[in-house]
Design a binder for this molecule. Sequence first.
Ligand SMILES: *[C@@H]1O[C@H](CO)[C@@H](O)[C@H](O)[C@H]1NC(C)=O
Ligand SMILES: *[C@@H]1O[C@H](CO)[C@@H](O)[C@H](O)[C@H]1NC(C)=O
Ligand SMILES: *[C@@H]1O[C@H](CO)[C@@H](O)[C@H](O)[C@H]1NC(C)=O
Length: 420
Amino acid sequence: MRGNSMLEMASKTWIILLATIAVKADPTCVTHRGTDVVCSSDNSDYVLKRGLVSENSKTTGITLRNCRITDVEIESFHQLPALEYLDLSVNKISRLELGVLDGFKKTLFLNLSYNRLTEFPLGLFDQKPNLEVLDLKRNRLENLELGIFDPLLKLRHLDLSSNKIKGRSLSPYIFDQSPQIKYMDFSRNEMSGTPKNMLAAFEAIDFLNLDRCSLKEVPNFATRSNLRTMKHLLLSTNEISKLENPRIFTHLENLEKLNLVANYITEVHEDVFKPLKKVQQIFLSHNKLKNIPETLFQNMRHLNNINLSNNFIEYVPVNAFRGTKLKRLNLSNNRFTYLQDNFNLELRNSGVKLSHLFFQNNPWQCACLNDILVEVKNYGISYNADKYDGRRPVCVTNEFTCKRQANFNEFYSELYDNVI
Ligand SMILES: *[C@@H]1O[C@H](CO)[C@@H](O)[C@H](O)[C@H]1NC(C)=O
Ligand SMILES: *[C@@H]1O[C@H](CO)[C@@H](O)[C@H](O)[C@H]1NC(C)=O
Ligand SMILES: *[C@@H]1O[C@H](CO)[C@@H](O)[C@H](O)[C@H]1NC(C)=O
């Protein structure tokens, strides 16, 4: 017995010893197809040194993702003449010394996202004339020094999201040498007050993300004439309250998707979207709209998806949608008690055939709800059928006819709020 437990203890000691060795181990790297180095590490922090991945003329890709790297020594990437792809994401790197990236010039792709970088020394990217993709998401960058991106003449994808950047302290010339950028993400930074010429050199922008940027209005820097190539603009989760200048989107004639979800929009000029000649989707849900101007989306020939859910809309003018290509319309969670008589027939008469119509969670008068249900079933339009399975109250009053008069709205809305 005694001997046995001694043995047991001895083997336990061994296990603990082995575990400690494992804790101190460097990342282990495996080379795939002779060119692609992928390293992984278990549980100890590590300072990247010359020797782990450096000095190899064949290596074209290095992945050091999630390796608990806290610092990168100056010659870590010494002599990697063929390196095209470097992923250093998900580590704890807080600074990169000038010259540390100079051992490789061919690189097209550099991922530094999910680290703790606060700034870059000017010249860090000087030896990166071929870089096309630079991911800096989720660091702690506050300022970007003028000139830092200048050597990156071929940059087309730049992700600066989730940093601590303040647009108002950026130089208007910061992107002057980056005309090829197509994908630009500033989301989750504070971008109000950004210089209006900051993107003036862009010639090929496709996607611009300004979600959660503390914007109080649609910013000038995002709507300039040189941005006319843009297809997708995200302005969601900001503090934009008005779209009253009909010229704000004048130059975005190629835009296909506009996202204004979760702002404070109360007012929309009836012509504000009209310059968006190719727009297919406009998302306005989670705003504070009460009224939809009678001609808001009229004759926008490519528009097929409108989301107006979660607003305070009391009246939905069918005219607003005539002459569009609308397929999906989301009107749920608003404040109307009826839709116009023959809402879908009216739309069809102007060439609009909906495939999806959502209208749940409005203070419906029962007779009006019944009218629209008959219509959507008749035309085979998808709607939230599960909401209307007869298991819960969804509308008010047992009157037989739908009262389509704005002055009754308040009465039925209040009734609905009290009952449901
Ligand atoms: C960079 O790395 C992060 C985390 O590993 C990943 O989610 C992201 O897609 C990568 N960026 C690019 C542009 O591939
Ligand atoms: C708005 O509609 C689009 C497309 O139908 C959908 O992707 C999005 O999730 C909707 N948003 C809300 C808040 O309903
Ligand atoms: C319509 O809006 C509601 C409320 O925001 C949302 O739950 C639903 O997913 C939306 N439906 C579509 C198809 O966009």
